[in-house]
Design a protein around this ligand. Structure first.
Ligand code: SAH
Length: 424
């Protein structure tokens, strides 16, 4: 048996009194697991707590919105999804208006974002009229997939369900577009696609490492020997395999690495390099600078990650420098840039004005203004969230379809959001 070393407290306080530490079914499951096979990595803990098929936090509940544990940009304002819809159309136009494309969203929550995007597609129907669009949602949560279907699909067309198939649900959207659900990205058909991941990468499991005089040591989770129903952090006594994900010249003392994010970025990059399209990733994160960001949220408040597992969301900031490295050589990447810059470039001010001018209802106007402030204010989501894109190399070098190929400006400036939107 390996002898684990008592670790630090990290982001969680680890000092909650026992009465604040209810024994949830997930805690019971984890204690059983640790007793039988030993301490688990933070990545395994995150994976079990969030997506365990029987008890996972994401699997059976709707945690989004004011009544839930956290609220996301698309739930705050319709403008967010509308501008993202315009981004996809702008990329579709800039790359030669293909006759068909797939819109693929990873972790679609309640389906609000894709709903707002599809509304824009309908409004710009004259532009997209000869294009065959299909929607593909990658979602592990049974509960959320049901909510997505309710939000997005036409009631009169019954959904086709097949729990055992990689495509576990199929239907038709309210605007008549075929829509399918998958548990894994690799099951989504390959083909010219626009991929979207909003607040998806931050829920993928991270491994945590602490620098010690003996070298990097991984943080594990064990049962507290003093209190039998309590978990605590410990350090591995020797090197562990996930250390391979740490950069050789790493200068931080504590790092979080997310191999699953790398696998997904590699898959997206290969697909985009092969068949074209683009991926837009929006999340909170950093560029390889932060250390301890693993944290929990319950009822919109920070929550100790080791307390009452299964009742709170667990998340870690996205390391965009790692995403960029994983894409390198296969596709070009842009960003990360701050949300307020991206939305400003996409024309959020004009869109807000149009909606304000259209509405006489004071409560609607107030909601629009509050939503704008939440998305754009640097102290709120404006600076905390970042946008990052993957594009085929030809897109930035001026490929066959690049109408502006003779412009002297760098091509990166032609990608909307990362520079001002200009219809081409
Ligand atoms: N994009 C939405 C929801 C973000 S919450 C929004 O911005 O409102 C994270 C979403 O990812 C949820 O839909 C959750 O069920 C899903 N999810 C979490 N882990 C996943 C995984 N490993 N594979 C696919 N979906 C996952």
């Amino acid at each position: 048996m390996l002898r684990f070393i008592t670790g630090g407290n990290y982001f969680s306080s680890g000092n909650e009194p026992a009465e604040n530490n209810p024994v949830t079914p997930m805690l019971r499951h984890l204690i059983y697991k640790i007793k039988s096979t030993g301490p688990i990595t933070v990545a395994e803990y995150m994976k079990e707590v969030l997506t365990n098929p029987a008890k996972g936090y994401y699997v059976y509940r709707d945690m989004l919105g004011e009544q839930g544990d956290f609220i996301t940009s698309p739930e705050i304002s319709q403008i967010f999804g509308e501008l993202l819809g315009i981004w996809f159309i702008s990329e579709w136009m800039a790359t030669g208006k293909s006759t068909a494309f797939q819109l693929v969203e990873l972790g679609p929550g309640r389906g609000t974002l894709v709903g707002d995007i599809l509304r824009v597609f309908t409004q710009l129907g004259s532009v997209l009229k000869n294009c065959d669009i299909s929607v593909h949602l990658v979602e592990v949560s049974q509960k959320l997939s049901e909510i997505q279907a309710l939000t997005l699909t036409e009631e009169k067309v019954p959904l086709e369900r097949n729990a055992g198939s990689p495509v576990y649900m199929k239907g038709v959207t309210k605007s008549g577009i075929p829509i399918s659900w998958y548990r894994h990205l690799h099951d989504v058909p390959k083909g010219y696609s626009f991929y979207l991941a909003h607040e998806f990468f931050d829920v993928l499991p991270v491994h945590k490492f602490q620098k010690t005089p003996q070298g990097w040591r991984e943080v594990f989770i064990d049962i507290d020997p003093q209190i039998s129903d309590k978990l605590r952090f410990v350090l591995a006594p020797s090197a562990t395999p996930a250390e391979a994900f740490i950069q050789h010249d790493e200068t931080r003392d504590h790092v979080e690495v997310c191999p699953d994010a790398g696998v997904i970025i590699e898959e997206l990059s290969q697909r985009i390099a092969l068949t074209g399209g683009a991926a837009l990733v929006a999340d909170y994160g950093h560029d390889g600078t932060k250390t301890d960001t693993f944290r929990g949220f319950c009822g919109h408040k920070l929550h100790d990650v080791l307390i009452a597992p299964g009742t709170a969301d667990l998340t870690a900031d996205v390391d965009f420098s790692y995403l960029r490295r994983m894409a390198q050589g296969k596709v070009a990447s842009l960003g990360p840039i701050k949300q307020h810059t991206f939305l400003k470039n996409m024309g959020i001010d004009v869109r807000l004005k149009v909606l304000l001018d259209k509405s006489n209802e004071p409560s609607v106007r107030q909601q629009l203004l509050q939503g704008y402030d939440m998305l754009m204010n640097p102290k709120k989501m404006g600076e905390r969230f970042n946008f990052f894109a993957l594009l085929p190399h030809e897109r930035l070098q001026g490929g066959r379809h690049q109408r502006n190929a003779r412009q002297s400006k760098p091509f990166a400036s032609l990608v909307a959001g990362f520079s001002e939107l200009a219809w081409q």
